[in-house]
Design a protein around this ligand. Structure first.
Ligand SMILES: [Zn+2]
Length: 453
């Protein structure tokens, strides 16, 4: 892929590449935690070809395009391991409720009346705009009409692990779970092998699905060798359901179905025992930690330090904007770090470096994509962002990783690049029409309000 575009300039021995991002502090999040105070990243086509000092990159490469990142941090794009992009249109619709009441009284009824292919397209565009503006380059999604999510994700230029939802009751895109499975099968066939989209199956949760459907959903993902996304052990109510119906914990129940294995990403994983954690580790399940949604719905605090000690791959997520209420992964890092210090009364429980890894390389591992994304290294996909460090809030800077977790906000992101393509340049959107997306979202809000009256 790289070779086809490589041209060696005769005059000075420099290799011509498509893009050089240079002059910033490069925080690679590679295995050696390399930080280059004045560094650069050379990109050719869809991939990174070199990460080095700005001087060494300038000697070896000439970019057909150059982004000057002086006064900025150059970072791998952030990976949001759990969201429901289209729910951006439900942002702020119902707050200050526990999960089950929030779902049953507001979200499921609103979805029953409002969700359509047009709704999903508009909501995904809004979420994509927010994600690009706040430095997310890959997101894992669970929703309805997932082919619409995929088309909008591709149009925006983002990378997505997109799961077609399977749920027991009738929903907008499927009258029965069997219909949902047929949809998921068609969706996988349509998008498998796409450079930006990894199709997936998303059985909603054990409390909204029966055993045969959970098994069928998992069989489908195994047959196609695609990821399975599920909500797991999110609330004490879910634990109670599992105890009453199956005389077991949520994790043990799914394990008894043969559901757990590599390729499964479990969102939340809050109410788990040490034995459950050992099962998740043994089965190679990834976990998505969503501290803001969990705190807002008062679902509880996932035992993230215990997961990390047990070497379970834990990434970070925002959950949908209806329960967060934004998609800012910098905020998710900060809240994750503060939450675990707070609940353990130990300031070392989740340090800045680990929080940053959860938003990048650990998230990539949880999704099984760490050979492709999650750090700035040659031969990985060119998914990177630059972040201004010039404001009062970021001055002075002793430690870039500290600032990334404890002071940076999504708005500080200046450039967002996915698969070698610049999606936002100096905060100007290049793939999306910002004004049109915002106007459309405001129109949808009127319809949603009418639907939940
Ligand atoms: Zn969720």
């Amino acid at each position: 892929m790289v070779g086809a575009l490589a041209v060696v300039s005769a005059q000075n021995g420099q290799r011509q590449v498509s893009l050089v991002v240079t002059g910033g502090t490069v925080v690679t999040v590679d295995a050696a935690n390399r930080v280059l105070p004045v560094g650069a990243v050379a990109v050719d086509g869809t991939d990174i070809v070199a990460v080095d000092t700005a001087e060494n990159i300038a000697r070896q490469f000439r970019g057909r395009d150059t982004i000057d990142a002086t006064g900025q941090i150059i970072l791998p794009g952030l990976i949001n391991t759990h969201t429901h992009a289209a729910m951006a249109l439900f942002r702020g619709l119902a707050d200050d409720l526990a999960l089950m009441e929030w779902l049953n009284r507001y979200i499921f009824p609103a979805e029953a009346r409002a969700v359509s292919p047009e709704f999903v397209r508009a909501g995904t565009r809004l979420a994509a705009l927010e994600m690009i503006q706040s430095g997310t380059t890959t997101f894992a999604d669970m929703y309805y009409f997932e082919e619409e999510v995929a088309n909008e994700t591709k149009a925006a230029g983002l990378r997505g692990v997109l799961g077609q939802t399977i749920i027991q009751f009738p929903v907008a895109d499927a009258k029965t779970p069997a219909d949902g499975l047929v949809r998921a099968d068609a969706f996988i066939k349509a998008f498998k092998g796409d450079p930006l989209i990894t199709p997936a199956v998303a059985p909603h949760a054990l409390y909204t699905l029966d055993g045969p459907t959970l098994r069928a959903a998992r069989d489908l993902s195994r047959r196609h060798n695609v990821p399975t996304l599920i909500h797991l052990a999110e609330t004490r109510d879910e634990v109670q359901v599992a105890q009453e119906r199956f005389k077991s914990s949520p994790v043990a129940y799914l394990d008894s179905l043969g559901f757990l294995g590599p390729g499964v990403l479990a969102a939340h994983g809050i109410w788990v025992s040490d034995a459950d954690i050992a099962v998740l580790k043994a089965r190679g399940v990834g976990v998505s930690h969503n501290p803001e949604s969990n705190m807002k719905l008062a679902s509880g605090a996932a035992p993230v330090p215990a997961y990390i000690r047990a070497d379970v791959n834990v990434g970070l997520g925002t959950d949908g904007a209806a329960s967060n209420n934004d998609l800012d992964m910098f905020e998710a890092m900060r809240v994750a770090s503060l939450l675990h210090k707070h609940v353990t009364v130990d300031p070392r429980a989740l340090g800045a470096h680990t929080a940053l890894e959860m938003a990048t390389i650990r998230g990539a591992r949880a999704l099984g994509m760490d050979r492709l994304i999650g750090s700035l290294e040659a031969r990985k996909h060119a998914d990177l962002i630059t972040i201004s460090m010039r404001g009062a809030r970021q001055t002075p800077m002793y430690d870039p990783v500290s600032h990334l977790v404890y002071v940076v906000r999504g708005d500080d992101v200046q450039n967002t690049i996915v698969n070698g393509k610049v999606l936002m340049r100096n905060r100007k959107m290049l793939t999306l029409d910002e004004a049109a997306i915002l106007a459309e979202a405001r129109e949808w809000a009127a319809k949603v309000r009418a639907a939940v009256k």
